[in-house]
Design a protein around this ligand. Structure first.
Ligand code: SF4
Length: 477
């Protein structure tokens, strides 16, 4: 399959030109204001939720800087505050309303201040209605599908003076070539697809991120080539279920093939991806990870529950046995793979027996770490209507036992690297001691070691002196 052949469904040039036009219009507008008030204008983007939201926020900040705002992380100092919201958990919404209330008072003191909201929470019609009615001081409201339209929506607000609401119900257009402002110059997330068709019964994502849609491989490769020429060494390929990549293209092309194409890019050193679903992780993908040295030896493989009975109620489409045999197959082909996971405790109807199945998988699969969650009832999901919601004290007890088991198993398994010398991509100065830096090995495990900040963004060899549970202390070689 020649990915460079000009296929029908590409990314929309017209939409790109249109947004570049509005970026220009906004730039003029902002320039006049700054001259008028004799100071720069500041923008603050607050990101809630997942890596896809973090990647979207980099694009939003890129547009805001392009039109003339300077970045600040302090809402009270900002002239433009943007909340990129998440709605996976019910209480996330409540927290956002609380913060909006405080922001209202800040806005009263700054006549140049605008407030905008986007992200998954805005894809819920009752939320938008509530903001339209009760939070009239919010100026711009848009969703997850038209992130790229920020400049156009802001220009409408500047020129109309009234609240602008524009929510799309699916990915009508893909515009990925607008300016972005990356948190890390040496690594970047890259969306390879949007939406999810899996409808796990506890999850709101398919209702707010829509149906799966894969980007054209050539557009993805082109974006990564541009990132690499801009200094990026590591990319994180993002999709709710990357295994489904390619299914909406009008020709046969799989995620494993995409990995192969991306691995050909000169100058790119590391490829990561998030998230493969255990129900359809193919042998082809396992071989692609095994055979491409640039593809990192780490797989995040969400389990959610170890009980086949609960997995059925969750609509996860695999059983405990199928999950464990997949882990076996991966470990057989890639012996030094690092596997991490997500686990939910307290799903409706969960019995002690179900929970014991989860602990059994944790002991057998030998994860290097696990994200553990207490089930959160999410209105709008099938699970929220299920009987037998598990009492809080039982859930808390199980959650603590799960944490204990995860750390016991992970700590002993993660120790296997002690004394080795491995490559680390240095990410930042250590939070606790500025004479140390922090970085990640290809297995995604963190290492802290003494070094000058000049190694940030570089891949250096580190001797792993001591395992400290989920991370290592090391010495640069
Ligand atoms: S795979 Fe399931 S949990 Fe993941 S985003 Fe899709 S519906 Fe949600």
């Amino acid at each position: 399959m020649d990915i460079n052949k000009d296929n029908k469904v590409g990314e929309s040039k017209g939409a790109l030109e249109r947004q570049l036009y509005f970026i220009e219009k906004c730039r003029e507008y902002i320039k006049n204001i700054t001259e008028e008030i004799g100071r720069p204008l500041y923008a603050c983007v607050q990101t809630f939720g997942c890596q896809m939201n973090a990647r979207d926020s980099e694009k939003l900040l890129g547009i805001l800087k392009e039109i003339g705002y300077q970045e600040t992380d302090k809402e009270e100092e900002a002239d433009f505050v943007l909340y990129n919201t998440c709605t996976v958990r019910e209480n996330a919404n409540l927290r956002v309303y609380g913060r909006l209330g405080q922001l209202r008072n800040v806005k009263k003191k700054n006549p140049y201040m605008l407030i905008a909201m986007c992200g998954c929470m805005m894809q819920e019609p009752d939320v938008v209605e509530k903001i339209r009615k009760s939070y009239k001081f919010v100026d711009v409201i848009f969703g997850t599908f038209n992130i790229f339209q920020l400049a156009e929506l802001m220009y409408n607000r500047f020129t109309s003076g009234s609240q602008v609401i524009d929510i799309w119900d699916n990915t009508k257009e893909v515009v990925e070539e607008l300016p972005t402002s990356r948190k890390y110059p040496f690594k970047s997330g890259v969306n390879i697809m949007y939406g999810c068709n899996n409808f796990c019964t506890y999850c709101i994502v398919p209702y707010v991120r829509g149906r799966e849609k894969s980007r054209e491989p050539k557009e993805i490769v082109r974006e990564i080539e541009k990132l690499v020429s801009d200094g990026v060494k590591e990319v994180m390929l993002l999709g709710q279920n990357v295994n489904s990549y390619g299914k909406t293209l009008d020709y046969e092309f799989t995620f494993a093939q995409l990995l192969g194409e991306i691995a050909k890019i000169e100058g790119l050193e590391r490829i990561r991806f998030m998230t493969p679903h255990p129900k359809d992780l193919s042998d082809e993908l396992i071989y692609a990870i095994r055979d491409n040295s640039k593809v990192c030896n780490h797989i995040h493989l969400p389990l959610q529950s170890g009980s086949s009975r609960l997995l059925k109620l969750m609509n996860r489409n695999y059983t405990k046995e199928q999950y464990l045999s997949l882990v076996d197959k991966i470990r057989k082909e890639i012996p030094d793979i690092s596997i991490t996971t997500d686990i939910i405790v307290g799903f409706p109807g969960e019995t002690e027996e179900d929970f014991q199945d989860t602990l059994d998988v944790v002991r057998t699969a030998k994860y290097d770490s696990a994200y553990t969650f207490i089930y959160s009832k999410r209105t709008g999901t099938p699970a929220a209507k299920m009987e037998n919601q598990v009492p809080e004290d039982i859930v808390k007890d199980r959650f603590n036992r799960l944490l204990e088991t995860v750390s016991q198993v992970s700590h002993s398994h993660i120790k296997r690297y002690e004394g080795k010398e491995l490559d680390v991509l240095v990410e930042d100065v250590d939070d606790h001691d500025a004479s140390y830096v922090t970085g990640r090995m290809t297995n995604n495990i963190l290492v802290h070691f003494k070094a000058d900040r000049s190694v940030i963004g570089k891949v250096v060899k580190v001797h792993l002196d001591e395992c400290k549970g989920f991370y290592y202390m090391g010495t640069i070689v």
